[in-house]
Design a protein around this ligand. Structure first.
Ligand SMILES: Nc1ncnc2c1ncn2[C@@H]1O[C@H](COP(=O)(O)OP(=O)(O)OP(=O)(O)O)[C@@H](O)[C@H]1O
Ligand SMILES: [Mg+2]
Length: 471
């Protein structure tokens, strides 16, 4: 199981605390101990020299007087002095225990008799560690005639140190407990922004896409929180787009079915009536005419949908060529000439525009669709003008009619699929509301744009902007 930040912090801080406290106390205790022993040795050295001087003055003759003199020095309770002669035989002892014993084998005595610095530490008969320092005693001629030895139990230093050791152990434990508390607080403080981050991420992963994290804590956790929020925004935006796309698609499908239903219902109704027989020939003729018209409408609808799908689906490249807007406009107007004449409408193409890059058939369809719309709103004669121009980087084609114009609230929506400003009337005239959607899709594929406005003098103007070809 992966351990939490809290546990890791706790364990590492505890290890550091106990280790450092332990090592430090061990170091200082051993320093203290060796310092105490050094001081004791120095003291013993001075005492030994003092005793040696006493013995020299005494001339090593009167053992009793020497013993008395040593006792007179009033040594601390745990130390004692001895004088040995040149052979290492004890001739005076402040403790009075060892008189007459042969000490020549003792390290410090042997060394002092050889005129070396004599020192040693041993466990004494009482089971304690004692320190011994000896100094040579010289006769009048300067030869070594004996040695003075000073000794003391190290008891007091040792008990002091071990006493400290116990106290320090307690202190280390206390220190560890304190560290635990500090580590716990620290862990909480450090990990709380992370826990909030975790909660946010878990909520987001669980489907709450509005979950965000307030950036807090250290610089690192802040930037993680900010990155998380950015990511969440991004994901939410993508999801929203997907949903919108989904909605558009299902709206499109229901619009298409709706559009298909009315011609199909009409065809079915009339076909049924005809099948029943008993229909006057004039009516039968009329019904057949309607059936053909509705079937045409269906075919046109299918064509339009296919066109839109091809342009919008962006599958396959447009055949790109150098296109002259005047030529395209004239061809589109030419195709409409017959229809316009029938309504007493004059079609005019004026001006010129720079060449553009694109698909000439598609661009002709743009002008044709716009002309088709203009013709539909012009029943009482009048003029439709296709004006070409050069505006900055753009080649423009404006289609102006003298119809009723378009209501302000419809202006923004007429490019939507299946949108008709006056649905009932327009459908009766056979429009599906796809013409302008196709126009906009084609223009966008050509990196252009289209604008629509009502003309002050009445009627509508649609202006197509296409990137002009240089040179
Ligand atoms: N020149 C215009 N004057 C007034 N209204 C217009 C003009 N052009 C378009 N409209 C309005 O915009 C709507 C959408 O036009 P669009 O060309 O997309 O569809 P449609 O002409 O009704 O049908 P379709 O073009 O598919 O046969 C039209 O129904 C009409 O109400
Ligand atoms: Mg149209």
């Amino acid at each position: 199981m992966p351990t939490s930040i809290r546990t890791r912090l706790l364990v590492s801080l505890l290890i550091v605390a106990v280790l450092s406290a332990g090592v430090l106390s061990w170091y200082f205790l051993s320093e203290l101990e060796s310092y105490g022993l050094r001081k004791l040795e120095e003291r013993l050295g001075s005492e030994a020299k003092l005793a040696a001087v006493l013995a020299e003055t005494n001339g090593m003759r009167d053992s009793d007087a020497l013993s008395e003199a040593l006792s007179g020095l009033e040594l601390p309770g745990n130390s004692w002095l001895r004088i040995v002669d040149g052979n290492g035989i004890v001739i005076a002892d402040s403790a009075g225990r060892a008189l007459g014993q042969d000490f020549s084998g003792r390290e410090e005595i042997a060394e002092a008799l050889r005129d070396e610095y004599g020192a040693d530490s041993r466990i004494t008969g009482t089971g304690r560690l004692a320190l011994f320092v000896a100094a040579p005693i010289r006769g009048a001629d300067g030869r070594i005639i004996g040695a003075a030895s000073s000794a003391a139990n190290t008891f007091s230093i040792m008990t002091l140190v071990s006493d400290y050791r116990i106290r320090l152990t307690g202190l280390v434990l206390l220190f560890a407990a304190f560290t635990l508390i500090v580590a716990e607080l620290l862990a909480r403080w450090l990990s709380s922004p992370l826990r909030r981050l975790e909660a946010g991420a878990v909520a987001f992963a669980g489907g709450d896409h509005s979950a965000r994290v307030r950036p807090s804590g250290s610089r690192e956790t802040r930037s993680v929180a900010q990155a998380f929020n950015q990511m969440a925004d991004e994901v939410q935006r993508a999801l929203d787009e997907l949903k919108a796309e989904e909605r558009r698609k299902s709206q499109f499908v229901s619009d298409v079915s709706h559009e298909l239903r009315s011609p199909l219902t009409a065809i079915r109704g009339m076909a049924e009536t005809l099948a029943d027989g008993d229909v006057p020939p004039a009516d039968a003729q009329r019904f057949l005419g309607t059936i053909v018209r509705e079937a045409d409408r269906l075919a046109r609808l299918a064509d339009d949908l296919l066109t839109l799908q091809r342009i919008d689906g962006a599958t396959g490249e447009l055949p790109i060529r150098r296109v002259d807007p005047l030529e395209v406009s004239q061809r589109a107007a030419g195709a409409m000439e017959h229809l316009a004449e029938g309504r007493g409408v004059e079609l005019r193409v004026t001006g010129t525009a720079p060449a553009v890059l694109g698909d000439p058939d598609r661009l002709q369809q743009v002008v044709a669709n716009l002309l088709d719309n203009a013709l539909r709103v012009m029943n009482q004669g009048g003029t439709i003008t296709v004006a070409l121009a050069h505006e900055g980087d753009w080649a423009t084609i404006s289609i102006m009619d003298e119809g009723p114009g378009i209501a302000e609230e419809d202006l923004a929506r007429i490019f939507d699929r299946f949108y008709r400003a006056e649905p009932s009337r327009e459908r009766a005239k056979g429009g599906a509301g796809l013409g302008l959607a196709i126009v906009r899709a084609i223009i966008e594929r050509h990196a252009g744009r289209i604008e629509v406005a009502n003309r002050p003098e009445g009627g509508t103007v649609f202006t197509v902007y296409l990137p002009a070809l240089r040179g």
